[in-house]
Design a protein around this ligand. Structure first.
Ligand code: 5GP
Length: 146
C-alpha cells in the first residue's frame, strides 16, 4: 500500500469493484484480462473514458508492474480510438492519487478525456445522457476492434 494511503484499506464495495463483479451496469469500451475501459458517467468532456485495473489497487502507489503496463497499453488504445472518433489530436490523460488530489473513487483508474486543459469541464459533477454514452462506447469499441 502506498505511503499516503496507510490509513486506507481497499474497499471491496467501491463502485468500480462492483462493476468488475458485474453488480453495476456501465457502457463498456474495451476489456482484457488485466483492464476494463468504460464511459465516465459524469464526463468532463464528450467521450471521457476511464481505464481501470483488475488489480485491487487504490492508487498508483499500489499498482503492480504488469498491471501498470496493461493499463497504459489500454489507455493508448482508447486514446487512438478517441482521436479517430472525435477527429481531434488533443486527448488529456489524467490520474488522481488520494482524496487530497480530488480522487473520489478509490480503485486505480486513468481518465482519457478528449479536451484541452483550457476547456476541461468540472470533475464528476454533471451526469451525461445514457444514449449518448452508449453510442460513444459503441463507436470507440468498433474502432478498437477494427
Ligand atoms: P476520480 O475522482 O476518482 O479520479 O474519478 C472518478 C470518476 O468516476 C469520476 O470522473 C466520476 O465521474 C466517475 N464515476 C463515479 N461514479 C461512477 C459510476 O457509477 N459510473 C461511471 N461510469 N463513472 C462513475
Amino acid at each position: 500500500m502506498s505511503q499516503a494511503n496507510q490509513q486506507i484499506t481497499y474497499d471491496d464495495n467501491n463502485i468500480f469493484a462492483k462493476m468488475l463483479n458485474g453488480d453495476i451496469p456501465y457502457h463498456k469500451v474495451y476489456e482484457d484480462d488485466k483492464t476494463l475501459a468504460f464511459m465516465d458517467i459524469m464526463p468532463q468532456a464528450e467521450g471521457h473514458v476511464l481505464v481501470i485495473t483488475k488489480q485491487k489497487a487504490i492508487d498508483l502507489g499500489d499498482l503492480e508492474p504488469e498491471y501498470a503496463a496493461a493499463v497504459l497499453m489500454t489507455a493508448k488504445k482508447i486514446m487512438q480510438a478517441q482521436r479517430q472518433v472525435f477527429e481531434r489530436e488533443g486527448i488529456i490523460q489524467m490520474q488522481l492519487n488520494g482524496a487530497q488530489s480530488g480522487q473520489t473513487v478509490f480503485h486505480y483508474h486513468v481518465h482519457l478525456i478528449p479536451s484541452s486543459i483550457h476547456e476541461l469541464g468540472r470533475h464528476a459533477v454533471t451526469q451525461a445522457d445514457h444514449e449518448v454514452l452508449a453510442d460513444t462506447a459503441r463507436k470507440l469499441a468498433a474502432v478498437i476492434a477494427a
